[in-house]
Design a protein around this ligand. Structure first.
Ligand SMILES: Cc1ncc(C[n+]2csc(CCO)c2C)c(N)n1
Length: 216
């Protein structure tokens, strides 16, 4: 079995918990209250900036020119996604930029930056993989469920499209290759990093759904 298939097997119950979460269900149904979507978009803009920096850190760790190119392209693309997010969603849904990271965004971005700075290329790649992969699967799920005239259609189209599908395929191939070159101790660390980021994906949706703020 491919290493990346084993990774997905490890998070299958967690993935089911994500797609059955109120945020994802109501986004698909078009009934998600606007303040929850606004919170999510504001936090996601902050997330994407650091996500791009995490990918740039991986490009520094890569040695094959093709891998350096791949990670710098992913990093540049995350900033482009963020620009589109600002230009379309902020206008479309009348959202004001936010500067403060709420708990899940704070935890997730710091985890990604720490893993990509202090761990190997393979472990760092495993840490960023759920961002690509879970979004592709959630995107497809929502697209299949989505009703006509969904107010969140612009968001849905970003992640259910063919262009995004291809990007995720490239990231999966790259991670698979890095895993095959890694020791079994390192593969274990890759699994841990992958599961931890997947958990934080759930927390990210959940914070938006609960409109979570710092308690102190
Ligand atoms: C919390 C959170 N997790 C994942 C994504 C998805 N995502 C953002 S940028 C990118 C690829 C850029 O090359 C992907 C897959 C998101 N938007 N927010």
């Amino acid at each position: 079995m491919h290493f990346t298939d084993q990774l997905w097997q490890q998070i299958t119950p967690l993935y089911e918990t994500i797609v059955s979460h109120g945020f994802v269900q109501e986004l698909a149904a078009g009934s998600l209250p606007a303040p929850k979507f606004q919170y999510y978009i504001q936090q996601d803009a902050l997330y994407l900036t650091d996500f791009s920096r995490a990918l740039a850190q991986l490009s520094v760790k890569a040695s094959a020119p093709a891998d350096i190119l791949q990670f710098t392209e992913f990093a540049a693309n995350a900033i482009r996604v963020e620009r589109i997010l600002h230009e379309t969603n902020f206008d479309l849904y009348n959202i004001q930029p936010e500067t403060q990271k709420k708990p899940a965004c704070f935890a997730y971005t710091n985890f990604l930056l720490a893993m990509t700075a202090t761990q190997s290329l393979a472990v760092g790649a495993a840490a960023v993989l759920p961002c690509f992969w879970i979004y592709r699967e959630v995107g497809k799920y929502i697209h299949a469920q989505s009703r006509e005239r969904n107010p969140y259609q612009a968001w849905i189209d970003t992640y259910a499209g063919d262009a995004f599908d291809q990007v995720v395929g490239q990231m999966l191939d790259l991670t698979e290759r890095l895993a095959n070159e890694a020791s079994s101790a390192e593969q274990e660390k890759m699994q841990e990093a992958f599961v931890q980021s997947s958990r934080l994906e759930w927390y990210f949706w959940n914070d938006a759904y609960q409109l979570t703020d710092w308690l102190v």
